[in-house]
Design a protein around this ligand. Sequence first.
Ligand code: RET
Length: 256
Amino acid sequence: MKMFYKTILFALGLLAGHTVYAASSGSMMLQSGDFVGYSFWLISMALAAATVFFLMESLRIGGKWATSLTVSALVTFIAAFHYFYMREVWVTTGSTPTDFRYIDWLLTVPLLMIEFYLILSAITKVSGGVFWRLLIGTLVMLVPGYMGEAGYLNATIGFVIGMVGWAYILFEIFAGEASRVAASQASAAVQKSYGLMKWTVTIGWAIYPIGYFLGYLAGGTDEGTLNIVYNLADVLNKIAFGLFIWYAANEDTSGR
Ligand SMILES: *C/C=C(C)/C=C/C=C(C)/C=C/C1=C(C)CCCC1(C)C
C-alpha cells in the first residue's frame, strides 16, 4: 500500500514540476481570446486530475480491477504530459503539434486496447491472442497514418491502410473472440462497460480519421478548428473511456 501512495506522490510531483518549469520558462503566453489555447489548457488539467482520480480509485476498489484502473491512469498521465507540450507548441507557434499527437497516440492507444483484454480477464480467462490482435490493429492504423501526415507516404495510401487497421480492431471487438467472451461470460456490469467502450472506439475514434480526411484529403481545413475537435475527442476517448471502466469496477464490487 505504501508503495502505491509513493507512486502517486511521485506522479503528482512530476506533473507539478513540469507545470512550474513550463510556466517559468517564459515562452508560454496564453493570449486572451485564443480558444484553441484554452482548450489545450483545460484538457491538460482535466487529464492530470483524471490521473489522480483513477490512481486513488484503483487503490480504493483494488482487487482484480486495480490493473484496469491503473492503466486508465497511465493513459491520462501520458496524455497530460503531451498536452503540456502540445499547448506550448500551439501558443508559441500557432501550428498543429502533429508529432506530439502521434507519439501520444502510439503510447495511449495500445494501452486503451489492453483495457478490453483486462476488463475481460478480470472476470474470466481470455487468450492472449485478443491482446496481440488488437495491438497489431493499432500499429497498422497509426504508423501509416503518421507517415501520411508527416509526408513519408502518400496521404491517401496512409489513410486507406490506417482505415484497414481500424476496421480490424472494430471486427475484433464487435465479432471476434473478445466480443464472444463478453457476450457469454461477462457479468452485467462488465457487459455494459464493454458496450460503452466498443461504441467509443467506433464513434469517438471516427473523429480522428474525419479530421485527417478534412485536413489532408479534402483540401485542408482551419487548423484551430481541427485542434479543438481533436482535443474534445481526447476527452471522450481517454477520460470518459476510463470512467466507463471505473463504472464497471464499482458495479462489480459494490456487492462485496
Ligand atoms: C487517445 C487517442 C486516441 C484514442 C487516438 C485515436 C486515433 C485514431 C483512431 C486514428 C485513426 C486514423 C485512421 C483510422 C486512418 C488513418 C489516419 C488516423 C491515424 C488518423
